[in-house]
Ligand binder design. Structure first.
Ligand code: FES
Length: 454
């Protein structure tokens, strides 16, 4: 551990602002603290859950052992029948001996195969003890529930738009139906399920964990119209400058009143008795308690002035939303090209993080077009994604360079791609026309107007 203040004193010429390693370190710390925050609210796997999972594995082990002993018997019988056949029909003896030699060779090679597969099987077995898999019907989505986390919490962390309201057992909006497997209540809830519902297998995903692998029938928001407008208050967790023009505002919602939204949407933010504005959410809905906003100084309004001059940690900000239709179309697995013009990066960042969490596509390419290098206020974050994910490419486009020329020279079959473009209206229109000229399909171009300072 080194103190950067001391390092600066010893090496006054050192520049830390543009150091991707430091930013990557920040990201690791942020992720780790996020996990830590989540951990404080989750219950480690209890004895009952562990015992149930180990029981299932031991049943499978017994079954596998029985099958192996049956196959051993069959193999011994096969050997003696082949020997008998070879002695009864001498003409076949050469072929039969060759067959026996091949069989013995295959059996000898089992030891090598075991050695190769052992680590994978061992890892899978451990995973099945510490986590249970959830299969959602009818979407077919799957995710893991670790320890004794709630099924709802795990599904949201996996980036799914599961139905819910209070996260706390009061509203009943997270009701789902158990199709197979075993669940366990992790907290008592005020919402009352009728006897008939209980008999039919209904339960609350916010108040139960998965003991074994389960299949459940649960509703997910199919599109933005299925998510209601919510009103809640959140605390300022941190406000930090990334450069002289952009300040990152991190808000934290109460555990029992989170914001349900889809990536790419916006909300109205209101500082009581001061000002209000509408901003896109820059973070992923998979972390619905921690919301990020990018504030552009050039907006020059009361809200922005307050954020840059007076905002304090733990101050309360009212949120109303979500709003907007610039959301991910996850049904089709086309490769995605994201194009952000300047501050249009905000909704694009949310979509990107969501797409990466959901693993919805084979390939993602981000183009960030800005007037000057200073506009790439999260350049190192984008480079870190590029380093961390094989299927993610990043191309910054600075100054007069044409972003569509860059897209066109990097991608040969534009009709195969989905495009998400955000930024000022004029630039979006120009980009859209150019893409269509180069063969992109109109229905696969999704746009969002983000003017400077909004
Ligand atoms: S989300 Fe309200 S009861 Fe589960």
């Amino acid at each position: 551990m080194v103190d950067l203040g001391e390092v600066s004193q010893i090496y006054p010429a050192a520049s830390f602002e543009d150091n991707s390693l430091l930013e990557r370190l920040d990201r690791i710390i942020e992720n780790a603290s996020l996990r830590a925050r989540n951990r404080t609210t989750t219950i480690p796997p209890d004895m009952e859950t562990l015992a149930a999972r180990v029981n299932i594995l031991s049943d499978e082990l017994v079954e596998a052992k029985l099958e192996i002993s049956i196959f051993h018997n069959i193999f011994d019988k096969l050997k003696s029948r082949l020997n008998k056949l070879a002695s009864e029909i001498p003409q076949t003896s050469k072929t039969i001996h060759e067959l026996q030699a091949w069989l013995l060779e295959e059996i000898d090679s089992i030891a090598d195969k075991k050695f190769v597969q052992y680590p994978l099987v061992a890892a899978d077995t451990i995973l099945r003890i510490v986590a249970a898999q959830v299969h959602l019907v009818p979407s077919g989505h799957e995710f893991f529930v670790e320890g004794s986390d709630s099924i709802l919490e795990s599904g949201l962390s996996a980036g799914l738009a599961l139905n819910y309201g209070c996260s706390n057992g009061n509203c009943g909006k997270c009701k789902a139906k158990l199709i197979s497997g075993e669940i366990k209540k992790i907290r008592s809830h005020d919402y009352v399920l009728s006897e008939k519902e209980k008999l039919q297998g209904y339960f609350l995903t916010c108040s139960n964990t998965a003991v074994t692998d389960i299949a459940i029938e649960a509703e997910e928001a199919g599109n933005e119209n299925e998510i209601p407008v919510q009103q809640l208050s959140a605390w300022v967790r941190k406000a930090s400058d990334v450069n002289e023009n952009v300040r990152i505002l991190n808000l934290k919602t109460p555990r029992t009143q989170r914001l349900r939204f889809l990536a790419g949407q916006a909300v109205k933010l209101e500082i009581p008795d001061v000002a209000s504005t509408t901003l896109h959410i820059a973070s992923c809905p998979c972390d619905d308690m921690n919301l990020q906003f990018h504030i552009d100084r050039s907006a020059a309004n009361d809200f922005t002035d307050y954020i840059f001059s007076e905002i304090k940690t733990n101050e309360l900000i009212n949120i109303e939303g979500p709003r907007g239709h610039f959301v991910l179309h996850e049904d089709e697995p086309n490769p995605i090209i994201f194009i952000a013009f300047g501050g249009g990066f905000t909704p694009i960042k949310s979509l990107l993080e969501h797409a990466m969490t959901l693993d919805v596509t084979e390939h993602i390419h981000l183009y960030w077009s800005v007037a000057g290098e200073n506009g790439l206020y999260m350049h190192n974050q984008c480079r870190s994604w590029h380093d961390a994910f094989d299927r993610f490419d990043y191309t910054p486009v600075i100054g007069d360079k044409n972003v569509i020329s860059a897209v066109n020279s990097n991608h040969k079959n534009l009709p195969d791609y989905h495009f998400y473009i955000a930024g000022p209206e004029q630039q979006i229109n120009a980009a859209k026309s150019a893409l269509l000229e180069h063969g992109a399909i109109p229905d696969t171009i999704f746009t969002e107007i983000v003017e400077p300072g909004n």
